[in-house]
Ligand binder design. Structure first.
Ligand code: AMP
Ligand code: GLY
Length: 445
């Protein structure tokens, strides 16, 4: 039960590449004695990482709390949004456990698009104009009388990535409303949607680690959400990223801090739901400046798999400060606002299973052996993060278990160098039906 400053045990909740990246980062900390990931995946045990996995599901809040108490876990970090919206942070806090992440009430910023708009409007954060609807007829009338053809239909609740429909014209918008509100697209009819102004521009994800009052800026990334090269094919959880976002200048960082993160935290506090944890702003750089498309209340996946390797220093003190409301005092102690970053850029390429994301009528394939060439070597600044993998039943290799299977991150002086090395490594990994994009970070320097 030694929990002295140099022997902290960490618990990370989740099982994907994002959690593998968080675990890897914290396992390098001299202040950490053990890193557990629940449920994790068997790929996290490779390469003598020292990471341990424990078969407790990410939604088993009580089981996870008991584990944290038994193991005397000093800090817990939550990966998936679903665990947050179940109220895992509220539960841990009520048992005096230190945990990074927002409460159930503050997590509404991601789960309810309408709530996010209300907070943004109060905080005067620039965002797309919108109207809210509780029945299909009013939504349809509004679409028919709109002066714009393009618009975005969003359902208010959690929708497993299917709740945002970008419509190129009114016909598509009418179809989207029917599908969501009348035809059970999401398994049940939705009774609350918003219809939003269509924004054109470059998308940037920006991340801040928050403690309820203040925050530290963690960086930016550009996600590639479509399955296929050239931004074609169905939407996925993300097929690759590069970081930092090339369009994002030092002035942009000041602007986002001042006009997005700071007022959001102030308003969330005023609403009685202070926000601590990771605030992930999905931004669109339009001709008239940045606008927020959406907020997520957790680390992005795959963004985190580049963002964290790019941070040079130990993140444990920053996570601790976020969970204990002491970011300002850490900033004063260190005499700086943000964690130190490497002077490098990063590219992350995802390899997904055949059939992923499962929306094109093909079953997502699982159970294929992952074969890695003998001459595959990871140098410093190169990482292999595992996600949808399982242990083979016949030997000690890994097999695919569906979805996004793994990803390679490479850091280098330029995006083009990082990209070259990332694809060189990807070529040395094979499994049946593997899908990956060949244009992650292309055209970036
Ligand atoms: P999701 O991350 O699943 O909520 O999907 C959101 C995606 O839909 C964003 O990454 C954008 O590409 C797109 N999107 C959302 N809102 C808008 C908007 N107002 N205008 C244009 N595209 C949007
Ligand atoms: N990469 C987008 C997400 O994590 O939602």
């Amino acid at each position: 039960m030694n929990n002295s400053i140099h022997s902290r045990k960490i618990l990370i909740i989740g099982s994907g590449g994002r959690e593998h990246a968080i675990a890897t980062k914290l396992s390098q900390s001299s202040l950490v004695s053990a890193v557990f990931v629940c449920p994790g995946n068997p790929g996290m045990l490779k390469n003598n990482s020292g990471i341990q996995i424990k078969n407790l599901a990410a939604d088993d809040s009580i089981g996870l709390l008991n584990f944290a108490i038994e193991e005397n876990i000093a800090l817990t970090i939550v990966g998936p949004e679903a665990s947050l919206s179940l109220g895992i942070v509220d539960l841990f806090v009520s048992h005096n456990r230190i945990i990074v992440g927002p409460t159930k009430a503050a997590s509404l910023l991601e789960t309810s698009k309408a709530y996010a708009k209300t907070v943004m409007n109060k905080a005067m954060v620039p965002t797309a104009g919108y109207s809210e609807f509780f029945d299909a007829e009013s939504a349809i009338n509004s679409i028919l009388s709109s002066s714009e053809e393009k618009m975005v239909v969003k359902c208010d609740g959690l929708a497993a990535g299917k709740g945002v429909i970008v419509c190129q014209n009114k016909i598509e918008a009418l179809q989207a409303v029917n599908a969501l509100m009348k035809e059970n697209l999401l398994g049940t009819n939705i009774d609350h949607i918003i219809i939003e102004e269509f924004l054109e521009g470059v998308e940037v994800s920006a991340f801040a680690l928050c403690d309820g009052e203040t925050f530290t800026f963690l960086g930016t990334a550009c996600d590639h959400k479509r399955l296929r090269d050239g931004d074609l094919g169905p939407n996925t959880g993300g097929m690759g990223v590069y970081s930092p976002a090339s369009v994002f200048s030092a002035e942009d960082e000041l602007w986002v801090n001042e006009k997005v993160f700071a007022p959001m935290l102030k308003t969330m506090k005023e609403f009685g739901t202070p926000f601590s944890g990771i605030l992930f702003a999905g931004l669109m750089k339009t001709n008239s400046g940045y606008k927020v498309l959406e907020f997520n209340v957790r680390f992005g996946d795959p963004e985190t798999q580049v963002l964290l390797p790019l941070i040079k220093e130990d993140l444990l003190p920053w996570f601790m400060a976020a969970a204990t409301g002491s970011i300002t005092s850490l900033q004063k102690k260190l005499s700086r606002q943000n964690p130190i970053k490497l002077n490098l850029k990063g590219v992350h390429v995802v390899m997904a299973a055949f059939g992923y994301p499962g929306t094109e009528g093909v079953k997502v394939r699982a159970g294929d052996e992952i074969r890695i060439d003998q001459n595959f070597r990871l140098n410093q600044n190169e990482f292999l993060f595992y996600a949808g993998v399982a242990k083979s039943l016949i030997n000690d290799s890994l097999v695919t278990s569906g979805g996004r299977v793994l990803g390679i991150t490479v850091l280098n002086e330029t995006i083009s160098k990082a990209r070259f090395d990332a694809y060189d490594l990807i070529q040395k990994i094979q499994f049946e039906g593997a899908q990956f994009r060949r244009d992650i970070g292309s055209g970036q320097s």
